[in-house]
Design a protein around this ligand. Structure first.
Ligand code: PEP
Ligand code: MN
Length: 311
């Protein structure tokens, strides 16, 4: 056995585990791996989520200004991100916090896509907004607070856009898979699961990053799995380590919050990386991604830190 083969992730173990879960996830049969479907690949513009490439989605928690959004898009693209994230409709813990720019934010995202070439993922919070958001976004994000909103899931499914389904704060893996099943049942096979941390008795982190859920979902489901270390950690210092753990757990990609001045961000600043921290995190992922065999690193060039205008 050479050094490389001893470092490979165990594939045979995953197959054995899989059968044991079939009963527990019987309510969502179509999301489980089968001889017919071992892996779903979700096409998004020229990208494939769930394929060989590790896909990083990065951007601000909320869309703030167009100038700033384009600066962020260009920066994260140079560092290896393939998709721009940013909320135009924001679910907030406080009713008095910034709720997002709505349609104006969607227009800014579309403009940032034109400028940077990055695909767009953004949240839709209400079934009334699905057709509007689907006009501008390449992927519809269903937030943690809406994971079990079946009316919204059905509307999002029928839009035909890929759906990034975030795990509910207190949702079990079976709950998450049931929601994914609803989207499949409504004719949309392009579902991306997202582990973003769950609520536990621990308060030192914003949520508890359920890394076992990533490993389990990858072994039982054919749907791509994305990890969100930002909302899991709640503290920016922890985000790079959680991102590396997600790679090792076989996630298909990341959703990460990035802002030129996190301390001034309109939402979720404490968990947001600045440009330098994002570059460092991306560089630190390469050796972990390289260990995964056929999957290619997120970046082809390393260490380049572009000087960016910030807004
Ligand atoms: C977000 O992505 O900014 C967000 C609100 O995420 P979640 O739904 O996971 O809290
Ligand atoms: Mn956020």
């Amino acid at each position: 056995m050479d050094d490389q083969s001893s470092l490979r992730f165990p594939q045979i173990g995953a197959r054995t585990v899989r059968d044991k879960w079939l009963e527990q996830f019987a309510d969502s049969p179509d999301v489980l791996k089968s001889a017919r479907c071992e892996q779903t690949i979700v096409p998004v513009l020229d990208l494939e989520i769930g394929g060989d490439e590790f896909i990083t989605m990065a951007g601000p928690c909320s869309v703030e200004t167009e100038f700033q959004l384009i600066a962020i898009a260009n920066h994260v693209r140079r560092a290896g991100a393939r998709i721009l994230r940013g909320g135009a409709f924001k679910p907030r813990s406080s009713p008095y916090a910034f709720q997002g720019h709505g349609l104006e934010g969607l227009k800014m995202l579309a403009h940032a896509r034109e400028e940077s070439g990055l695909a767009i993922v953004t949240e839709v919070m209400s079934e009334c907004d699905v057709s509007l958001v689907a006009e501008y976004a390449d992927i519809l994000q269903i937030g943690t607070r809406n994971m079990e909103n079946y009316t919204l899931l059905e509307a999002a499914a029928r839009s035909g856009r890929p759906v990034l389904l975030k795990r509910g704060m207190v949702a079990t893996i079976a709950d998450l898979l049931r929601s994914a099943q609803i989207i499949l049942d409504n004719g949309n096979p392009n579902v991306i699961l997202c582990e973003r941390g769950i609520r536990t008795f621990e308060t030192a982190t914003r949520n508890t990053f359920d890394v076992a859920a990533i490993a389990l979902l990858k072994s039982i489901s054919h749907l791509p799995v994305i990890a969100d270390p930002s909302h899991a950690a709640g503290h920016r210092e922890l985000v790079p380590a959680l991102a590396r753990i997600a790679v090792a757990a076989e996630a298909d990609g990341l959703l990460v919050e990035v802002h030129p001045k996190p301390e001034k961000a309109w939402s979720d600043g404490e968990q947001t990386l600045d440009f330098n921290a994002f570059d460092d995190m991306m560089a630190s992922l390469d050796p972990y991604i390289a260990l995964r065999g056929s999957r290619v690193p997120a970046r082809t060039s390393s260490g380049a830190r572009a000087m960016e205008a910030v807004g």
